[in-house]
Design a protein around this ligand. Sequence first.
Ligand code: ZN
Length: 326
Amino acid sequence: MNEIRGAAIWNVYAHDRLLDLLPDWEPKRQALFDQQKNRKAGLAGEKRVLEVLRSIDLPQGSVVFWDVSLPLLPGEWIQFDILILSCIGLLILEVKQIAGRLRFVSNPAALQKIENNLVTLTMGCPAAQFEDQRAGLETWLRMRSFHAPVHGSVVFTTNPIIEDIPRGLPIISLRELRMYIRDYLHGNPAFTIVELKRLIHAFESSRTRFLPYPLCSNYNIDNSKVPLGPRCNCGQQLVKDTEKVWVCNRCNLRSKVSYRKVLLDWFLLRSKTITVSQCAALFGIHRQSAWRILNQLPLEKHGNGRQTFYEIDYEDFDGLALLLNG
Ligand SMILES: [Zn+2]
């Protein structure tokens, strides 16, 4: 199983939760909704590429980075959809999820979408974008005295019809990806396992973390507009009956509550930390029960007695998954 590291899935999940809980009348809602639509479209294409990567045996020690950024100059960074670090070298995959009829034009380089012989959309040329990424990554490597080839390609995931691709442009379709990577993996190794580990370590310590959590403060949304706590599928706040069973006063349904999932909402939307009292109030339970729940979770504990609070690590993806599925 190839190792895939990335924060994109959590970003999408957190924004879905925010949109689920944010009232319809909140003025920021439409913009957030539109951004989420684009985010999900991009993610869909990247997931298709990752599926192909999962089915290929990458060399030992390889790591696939998904949606990562590297700082280049102060205030400037390069973003990669998918970047594979392996013994062979570095491979960039720039994913494009655009369907329909497309045309490459030059001076300036651009990609146009054609509908009924009319240009309906003009975007930056993905091949030029890829070359910028490659040049940026080569600079980053040079600055850290790594010597390794950087390869890669733009991958179109929706099988668009492309009117004559200019020769030599690094562009492939999803269908060609498996063969492309197999060929690439036949190349001569650029690193030993030890050097690869050093590169992955340098990459991990250098890459920029864009962590937008908690989302409410990130978007300057008042916490009171985003009510947290156990909810029925109908949207009504649930009331505790017994430790395990909760009741909806609107539709009289009795259901179980996942404390962990509600706490995940708390961390992604409201705060990086939680106290025992806050947890008790969130569920309407005793402090002793709240304390027991929090102590079982992959959270860092700070302080003593009444001052105790718990902190989440937004980059502990296994920990986040435990909250979601626990
Ligand atoms: Zn209900």
